[in-house]
Design a protein around this ligand. Structure first.
Ligand code: AP5
Length: 215
């Protein structure tokens, strides 16, 4: 099963995608995670991407499409979950071309809907583990020991782009450049689009996703 997870910053794409991937053996491809990895590794791609990410802007389509192409090929296994990609019409068209070459369909597009006020709170409370990638929230899903990762005991960090003004810009960019993709997929009619209320507990949202996908 191949899925696209859509939603504004903080809607829970990473959280829900991770749970689904672990439960069903799907490969989660998060362009945000791949870019942060490149920034940490100090690669040329990472250096180029960092200034866009820190400003809350989108990284250029050509860079993103090249990155995704590397991860989509190979053994399809049980399928994949795209988290945070595509984000523009050009990326969606590029993805269509890649999937046609690979003879892989998108089985469903899931849209997580959450109000801005809640998103801002979630992002201000988000803490991530730079070592294993686990994500927590000081308000909604706190680690057992303050500031330390439950899984690997590393020190948790607050993402640079989660400061209030960058979050406002990311929300605007989502509305302007990414939200129109919902209509793109509705119009295409090849993959069903399901909009879910993401403003419920993590478990409730996951249960609804599984219900919709009949898993
Ligand atoms: P990316 O990393 O993709 O960020 P994003 O889309 O802004 O999404 P987030 O990771 O902020 O949120 P999420 O929806 O995954 O929420 P999460 O599960 O973590 O991209 C970062 C940057 O990289 C972009 O700004 C851009 O510059 C660049 N980029 C990436 N992809 C790109 C692309 N395709 N094209 C161009 N540029 C690209 O949850 C958030 C918090 O809420 C967590 O603390 C979590 O614990 C908590 N939470 C989750 N669910 C719930 C719940 N149900 N109830 C309470 N709390 C919850």
């Amino acid at each position: 099963m191949n899925l696209i997870l859509f939603g504004p910053p903080g809607a829970g794409k990473g959280t829900q995608g991770q749970l689904l991937a672990e439960a069903h053996g799907l490969k989660k491809i998060s362009t945000g995670d791949l870019l942060r990895e490149a920034v940490r590794a100090g690669t040329q791609l990472g250096t180029e991407a960092k200034r866009f990410m820190d400003a809350g802007e989108l990284v250029p389509d050509s860079v993103i499409l090249g990155l995704v192409r590397e991860y989509l090929g190979g053994d399809a296994g049980a399928g994949f979950i795209l988290d945070g990609f595509p984000r523009t019409i050009a990326q969606a068209e590029g993805l269509d071309r890649m999937l046609a070459e690979l003879h892989q369909p998108i089985n469903a597009v899931l849209v997580l809907d959450v109000e801005d006020e809640i998103l801002v709170k979630r992002l201000s409370g988000r803490r991530s583990c730079p070592n294993c990638g686990a994500v927590y929230n000081v308000y909604f899903d706190a680690p057992k020991i303050d500031g330390r990762c439950d899984r690997c005991d590393s020190e948790l960090v607050h993402r640079v782009d989660d400061d209030a003004s960058t979050v406002r810009r990311r929300l605007q960019v989502y509305r302007d450049q990414t939200a129109p993709l919902i209509e793109y997929y509705q119009r295409g009619r090849t993959s069903p689009v399901h909009t879910l209320d993401g403003d419920r507990s993590i478990d409730e949202v996951q249960a609804e996703i599984k219900g919709v996908l009949q898993l």
